[in-house]
Design a protein around this ligand. Structure first.
Ligand SMILES: Cc1cc2nc3c(=O)[nH]c(=O)nc-3n(C[C@H](O)[C@H](O)[C@H](O)COP(=O)(O)OP(=O)(O)OC[C@H]3O[C@@H](n4cnc5c(N)ncnc54)[C@H](O)[C@@H]3O)c2cc1C
Length: 409
């Protein structure tokens, strides 16, 4: 193949698209990335980066840079909101023989994106085209092309493959006619960001989950602009209430006070409302188009698995794409990407994130008691805690993907 015939087009400059660009670009492959924004967006989304993902980001020190830019969180806790009791505490230290990273790193996704972007700037074979929106996709047996809208008009770009990393509303997925199977939660999720120090005032660690009949809360810390950092709380909202009622000062304070009673009102510096889905694309590959990240799968944020899954897609896909483009493997290797990553998206990420939500919001008193007792028993037994953490830290899903590759070999 001539260099131009190996060109990879990437839709989306979120963390997944940028990582794909870097993984391919540093192997000398020509890459053009398009994003409809003017750069990484700073809205409060992913922060939790699990051990299995840190392993994949160890090259060129990205994981270490993330730990420096963010916070190391070895422990997470489950609390019972009505009684105020700590139910269970899990320490990733039990994974010390399973991973080089027996902890989670809390690093906001725009910081991760910027760390990758800085590395991309040194690669002359990677073109980053921000303010460029992909509006159409067409493919033949030998190439794929995209129509791109920019300020100065539209243009067509062709390449060997197209990676659709353009988020949950993926134009690539839609243009390729790939169904996004699953459902949308009726309740939207709301995120409040506050400087209130939950560790000093309430004894919470950097990742805490709260069970409450018919509700729940995730409370976690991010480093923000440096010490002392900020805390984010995520809650479900009432589907019948309009947005202005959910985000009013009175509603914000009522929700915060219900979960975290305090004599003072909370200072809330950001409030963001999200529609949340559980969906997986019917296939991650259609000819020369490959889906990765939120374009391929979306889930609720309890457990922090969405972007982690996307980074794992990027690593898996780009390793295979490199082998194909360098002529070492036939193109059918890319079917294995679909098999591995789609299987774990369904068997692990969808399953686990829905189970996490159900466990926290269970209403039936007997079911709640059983759920919380089970967490206590798992935390008290080192081997059961290790097995539990292998799933939550996404090591088990990576092992499942590796087993699928062996079975196909
Ligand atoms: C409240 C909340 C908390 C979360 N917490 C976590 C967490 O702790 N851990 C975790 O792993 N995940 C978490 N997630 C999920 C995580 O944010 C997403 O999985 C992640 O953003 C996916 O990255 P991505 O690069 O695939 O997509 P995106 O970040 O959505 O990036 C897609 C990019 O494509 C661009 N784009 C879209 N359409 C086009 C087009 N037609 N042409 C060109 N460009 C286009 C967009 O502008 C965007 O820049 C959370 C999500 C929410 C809402």
């Amino acid at each position: 193949m001539t260099p131009d015939h190996r060109r990879v087009l990437i839709a989306g400059g979120g963390p997944v698209g940028l990582l794909c660009a870097w993984l391919l670009g540093r192997r000398g492959l020509p890459v053009v990335l398009f994003d409809d924004n003017d750069g990484p967006q700073a809205d409060p989304r992913a922060a939790t980066t699990h051990p299995a993902t840190l392993e994949l980001l160890s090259e060129d020190g990205i994981a270490d840079d993330m730990a420096r830019a963010g916070l190391i969180a070895p422990i997470f806790q489950f609390w019972d909101r009505p009684s105020g009791q700590l139910v269970a505490e899990f320490d990733h230290a039990v994974l010390k023989h399973d991973t080089r990273y027996p902890y989670v790193v809390q690093c906001e996704q725009f910081k991760t994106a910027k760390l990758i972007l800085a590395r991309l700037r040194n690669l002359p074979n990677v073109d980053l085209l921000f303010n460029h929106e992909i509006v159409d996709v067409a493919q033949s047996e030998s190439s794929i092309s995209v129509e791109v809208r920019a300020q100065d008009g539209t243009a067509t770009y062709a390449g060997a493959y197209l990676i659709g990393a353009d988020g949950g509303r993926s134009a690539v997925r839609k243009q390729c006619g790939i169904a996004f199977e699953g459902f949308t939660w009726p309740e939207r999720f709301i995120v409040f960001t506050t400087p209130y120090d939950f560790e000093a005032n309430k004894g919470y660690c950097y990742r805490s989950y709260f069970a409450d009949p018919g509700s729940w809360c995730n409370c976690f810390k991010v480093s923000a602009d440096g010490p002392p950092g900020l805390w984010r709380t995520v809650f479900p909202t009432d589907p019948s209430q309009p947005e202005q009622d959910l985000t009013s000062d009175a509603a914000v304070q009522a929700l915060m006070q219900k979960f975290f009673p305090s004599p003072e009102p909370y200072e809330v510096v950001h409030r963001n409302l999200y529609v949340t889905h559980q969906r997986v694309a019917a296939t991650f590959r259609k000819g020369r188009a490959l889906l990765a990240g939120d374009a391929a799968h979306v889930n609720n944020p309890i457990g922090g698995m969405g972007l982690n899954g996307g980074i794992q897609d990027a690593a898996n896909l780009c390793e295979k794409l490199t082998r194909v483009l360098l002529g070492r493997e036939p193109d059918r290797l890319l079917d294995l990407y679909d098999l591995q990553r789609r299987t774990v998206a369904i068997e692990f990420v969808q399953e686990q994130s829905i189970a996490n939500k159900n466990r926290l919001e269970a209403r039936d008193p007997e079911l709640r008691r059983r759920n919380l007792d089970e967490l206590r028993q798992i935390a008290a037994d080192q081997e059961r805690a290790r097995q539990f953490l292998l799933r939550t830290s996404m090591i088990a899903s990576q092992r499942r993907a590796a087993a699928l590759e062996l079975a196909e070999a």
